[in-house]
Design a protein around this ligand. Structure first.
Ligand code: ATP
Ligand code: MG
Length: 678
């Protein structure tokens, strides 16, 4: 145990750094397992350990090299980074580049036109594959169609589509002509769509009649009609993809079927370079901690870092790998690692429209087996769901093609990490065969704001640790600092910051430069404040500990939600856990845990609660024992699958829950309130 963990050090008041530890987070969880890459993997890896040194020697030069290697520029840039007016960065100054040309045309010109770019799998089982030549053709047509509807460089286009190839085609067509896309997740309401349309003053909306959800047609177009039913909006045209064939209302003059506009457009379209700093897209954050922010990304730096990380972190061999990122295009992960990086890198990827349990709970593994997916990138929420369903389900499929596994979106509990490794990464066939060397797992920390991965192991270099994102990527300056902005020593916790500008960094909050400065650049002088708590372990590896807003202060000890949740999830009865600090008269705050039990666990009321409390006490110490443990049927999550602890905290403290517009199931809060009353 470290000296913090037994509670023997004094915890100073906020603002002071008395004991050298300030009011830093305390290290509680102890995870000693480590998995080094095999010599074979290391020998064939696309990047080796030398990249760190190279990047440290001259960060902007390192990124300039990547920019020139990974992208084709119409006009070369004259300066890697202009940081003369912080926090407003300019990367690759003077360069001209077209994102769609880089994702498409150049691969065709290089003789890769017949390589499959996208294997699409619809929820009902329909499939479509696009080669690079075909996808290029579609994007050229869409670019012509959008231009004929009056969309010009700099105009904003709202995209409200399901996970179908037209979503990617639309985004790339916008990028091609220099229009700025703003993708709104298809599960959002008409109100959420309208507020995002208004915020960006979108001229065009691209949508579909609907999609399929759990075997049933699910409508989209009615939400667009409702969003636009109130006057005073900026939208001139709506393009509608026919996906599920359900009847839709039609607004003559405003609405156009995709097949009549894009389908009829010319396939000749020449891409011209746009300035490296030309806006590429606006995307709203998930809303886990509050009201979503419209994050602005630009072209050259964003493409460079997404392409580089996609290659280095997933060890991408584009000639042979089949990549599958399960994120919806409505989230940043679906932008960076579905729409852009895999295509810029010339990879073959899988895109799936539906839910993991349609028509059965083995659907994902069936897809992996069918397309021989070799790199799978998903979120802890999905992994915990599969754990709940049981290992027999993936065990029925041949997942031997998998050679790299990725995780993103939330801290991954060590237990879920080990399950991912053992059940998915070690699967060598449908008869229970196991690999001697399971696929490496890369836990990737990043945000909508960072645009691309920032902290992650390199699978051919790093000895991975269950539950830790571990190391800043080459060219990225990550630190953990105390209240005063001083770097904390190894073995201590604090606030996660980025010390130097990075290529894919957000360029602002759309239309609100002051909010940009206040939110990210005012907490610590000259540093980007990510809003997450983190610790450095004794090796200097980084562990993400949850939102700073969620940190608990129990009798003067600052505890992380993540560590207590991980302790709960390590108990065989628990599938998922969410922990909050609720105000308490004696201890300042008390730990309140909400848990979901696994399918085969029985809830014995007080006995179950006592068992789980003692388990936490044993795993991390008495100070972390939850005062209350509530067994609940579900947890409130954002549409992107992240636990919304602030709503649970509202419940635990007897308040009306706050902004829940990005909640996936609006009835969850009532169900939880009900279980509290009992
Ligand atoms: P909002 O900013 O509106 O509250 P959000 O932060 O959930 O929403 P995103 O940009 O989608 O919006 O999520 C980024 C956050 O997700 C990070 O700040 C971090 O808290 C969490 N996160 C992402 N990846 C990881 C990871 N690998 N480990 C731990 N946390 C992660
Ligand atoms: Mg955030």
């Amino acid at each position: 145990m470290s000296q913090d963990a037994n509670g023997s050090t004094t915890t100073a008041a906020p603002g002071s750094d008395g004991a050298g530890n300030g009011d830093a987070l305390e290290n509680l969880l102890h995870e000693n397992r480590k998995f080094a890459p095999t010599p074979e993997f290391a020998a064939n890896a696309v990047v080796g350990a030398e990249v760190y040194e190279e990047a440290n020697a001259d960060r902007p030069a390192f990124w300039a090299k990547q920019a020139r290697e990974l992208l084709s520029w119409d006009t070369d840039f004259t300066e890697a980074l202009d940081w003369s007016d912080p926090p407003f960065a300019k990367w690759f100054v003077g360069g001209q580049v077209n994102a769609a040309y880089n994702a498409l045309d150049r691969h065709v010109e290089n003789g890769l036109g017949d390589r499959v770019a996208i294997h699409f799998e619809g929820e009902p089982g329909d499939t479509r594959s696009y080669t690079y030549a075909q996808l290029t053709d579609e994007v050229k047509k869409a670019a012509n169609a959008f231009e004929s509807l009056g969309v010009a460089k700099g105009d904003r286009v709202a995209v409200y589509l399901p996970m179908i190839p037209e979503a990617v085609i639309t985004m790339l067509a916008c990028a091609r002509i220099g229009a700025v896309h703003s993708v709104v997740f298809g599960g959002f309401s008409a109100d959420a769509l309208r507020s995002r349309i208004d915020d960006a003053e979108a001229k065009l909306v691209v949508t579909a009649d609907g999609t399929y959800r759990r075997g049933k047609p699910s409508p989209l177009k009615p939400a667009v009609d409702q969003a636009l039913s109130r006057e005073g909006h900026s939208v001139r045209n709506v393009v509608v993809v026919k996906r599920n064939g359900e009847p839709v209302d039609w607004h003559e003059g405003r609405d156009h079927w995709w097949e009549d506009t894009v389908g009829a457009a010319s396939g000749e379209h020449t891409a011209v370079g746009h300035d490296a700093e030309h806006p590429l897209f606006i995307l709203y954050t998930s809303g886990t901690t509050g009201k979503p922010k419209g994050i602005l990304h630009t072209t050259g730096g964003y493409l460079t870092q997404t392409a580089y990380t996609h290659k280095a972190v997933f060890d991408l061999h584009p000639e042979t790998d089949v990549f599958w990122c399960t994120a919806d295009v409505g989230w940043v992960t679906g932008h960076s690692y579905v729409a852009y990086a895999p295509l810029v890198n010339g990879a073959t990827q899988v895109m799936y429209e539906g839910t993991p349990d349609s028509p059965h709970q083995g659907r994902w593994w069936e897809i992996v087996e069918k397309y021989k997916v070799s790199i799978l990138y998903t979120a802890p929420t999905a992994i915990r769901t599969f754990m709940k369903w049981g290992r027999e389900i993936p065990g029925k499929y041949d997942l031997s093609s998998i050679r790299v596994l990725g995780s993103v979106g939330e801290p991954i509990n060590p237990e879920a990490w080990m399950w991912y490794r053992d059940v998915i990464g070690a699967n060598a066939g449908k008869n229970g065969e196991k690999k001697d060397h399971p696929a490496p797992i890369v836990d990737t920390w990043w945000q909508t704001e960072t645009g691309a991965q920032m902290i992650a192991p390199l699978p051919g270099v790093t000895a991975t640790k269950p539950g830790s994102a571990q190391v800043a990527l080459p060219g990225i300056a990550i630190d953990v600092v105390d209240e005063a902005g001083e770097s904390v020593p190894d073995g201590h916790g604090g606030y996660l910051v980025v010390r130097e500008p990075w290529p894919a960094m957000l360029r602002g909050i759309w239309g609100d430069p002051e909010r940009f400065k206040d939110t990210y650049w005012s907490r610590f002088e000259g540093m980007y404040f990510a809003g997450d708590g983190a610790k450095k372990d004794e090796d200097g590896d980084i562990w993400l500990l949850g939102r700073v807003d969620d940190v608990m202060n129990i009798s003067g000890h600052r505890l992380s939600t993540t560590e207590i949740e991980s302790a709960l999830v390590s108990h065989p009865w628990v599938a998922e856990a969410a922990v909050v600090g609720a105000s308490d008269e004696t201890t300042g705050q008390a730990v309140v845990a909400f848990v979901i039990l696994r399918g085969d666990a029985v809830n014995d009321g007080d006995a179950t609660v006592a068992e789980l409390r003692n388990h936490v006490g044993k795993e991390i110490g008495p100070i972390a024992k939850p005062k209350h443990i509530l067994v609940v049927p579900e947890l409130p999550k954002t549409r992107s699958g992240k636990i919304m602890r602030r709503l649970l905290k509202d419940v635990a403290e007897g308040r009306e829950p706050g902004d829940a517009t990005t909640l996936s199931d609006p009835t969850i809060m009532a169900q939880i309130a009900q279980s509290l009353k009992k």
